[in-house]
Design a protein around this ligand. Structure first.
Ligand SMILES: C[S@@+](CC[C@H](N)C(=O)[O-])C[C@H]1O[C@@H](n2cnc3c(N)ncnc32)[C@H](O)[C@@H]1O
Length: 281
């Protein structure tokens, strides 16, 4: 397991929601509004690597009135955290049994939770009925060979946000920034349970594989822009980066510690991501 904590996901959620590209989001919402209008039914979304449900919370209030979500993760603790966070977020809990039915801003959401190892079973999940397959902050964890499998099995629209693009800028600059970033990239390409991770190359691999299979692919950038008003997030981000760099052994402890001390009081941090909307022809 890669071990994402619900606390870390909660810290990043506001920056994640701000960063998402609105033009791409509006396009996927329009597409689903058409489905709801023409087919007179709930729209169906599957969220891969759902964590504690942030992607649903970002999208649901802009989607049609009746929605069916399947939240997929392999971590049972995160699936439990997602259920709890969604209950706290809802205006009303209509049904809380195996699935969860909520009302939020006059939208009715039926939510299923599914524990699946996507490294092994992605083809099974992509065979479930869905109008959109979605994911947030997920695809940089997977290997290129897995991305090829994923693109081969994908039959419907893909809307994915916040795939790391490899760019970072911390202000004020620090002499170890570029060595730290290089080592962080090396860590990005370690095995996160899917084979050697594609890391910042994931988006270009997906663009290539989906275009080759006749999908219309649109990319948009979705950088985090964080300042000291989110000091706890800056601290967690810097601490996490330093821990990843330490694991690579590419910098010595003193260099990592000096960088970390400076970064705790960084005034600003930008971390680049890509969002992708891919529609089958
Ligand atoms: C960076 S987190 C993103 C979580 C959530 N989408 C969000 O935006 O807050 C990556 C998620 O992928 C999940 N994940 C990682 N490997 C997985 C696997 N093999 N199968 C299913 N989920 C996995 C993790 O448990 C975690 O919830």
């Amino acid at each position: 397991m890669t071990g994402f904590s619900a606390q870390w996901l909660a810290l990043r959620e506001p920056a994640d929601h701000r960063a998402r590209d609105r033009t791409l989001q509006n396009k996927v919402c329009e597409q689903l509004a058409n489905v709801a209008r023409t087919e007179q039914r709930a729209v169906r979304l599957i969220d891969l690597g759902c964590g504690s449900g942030s992607n649903l919370r970002a999208l649901a209030t802009s989607l049609p009135e009746q929605q069916h979500w399947t939240l997929v993760d392999y971590d049972p603790l995160l699936l439990a955290a997602a259920r709890a966070a969604l209950i706290a977020w809802a205006d009303e809990v209509i049904n809380d049994s195996t699935s969860l039915t909520l009302r939020k801003n006059n939208k009715i959401l039926e939510i299923e939770f599914s524990q699946v190892d996507l490294a092994r079973d992605i083809e099974r999940v992509l065979a479930w009925p869905a109008d959109v397959i979605t994911a947030a902050a997920f695809f940089d964890l997977v290997a290129e060979s897995w991305l090829v499998r994923f693109c081969q099995a994908l039959r419907t629209t893909l809307y994915t946000v916040l795939t790391y693009d490899g760019s970072e800028q911390w202000l004020p600059p620090h002499s170890a920034d570029s060595a730290m970033l290089k080592a962080f990239h090396a860590h990005q390409k370690t095995d996160k349970g899917f084979g050697v991770a594609a890391g910042p190359d994931a988006t270009s691999v997906m663009q290539r594989e989906l275009t080759a299979r006749g999908f219309q692919v649109t990319l948009a950038s979705s950088p985090w822009k964080i300042d000291q008003t989110e000091a706890a997030f800056i601290h967690a981000l810097a601490t996490g980066s330093a821990a990843a760099v330490r694991e690579t052994g590419l910098l010595n402890e003193l260099e990592v510690n000096q960088w970390l001390t400076a970064r705790m009081s960084a005034q600003h941090c930008m971390v680049g991501h890509w969002d992708i909307l891919a529609t089958p022809n």
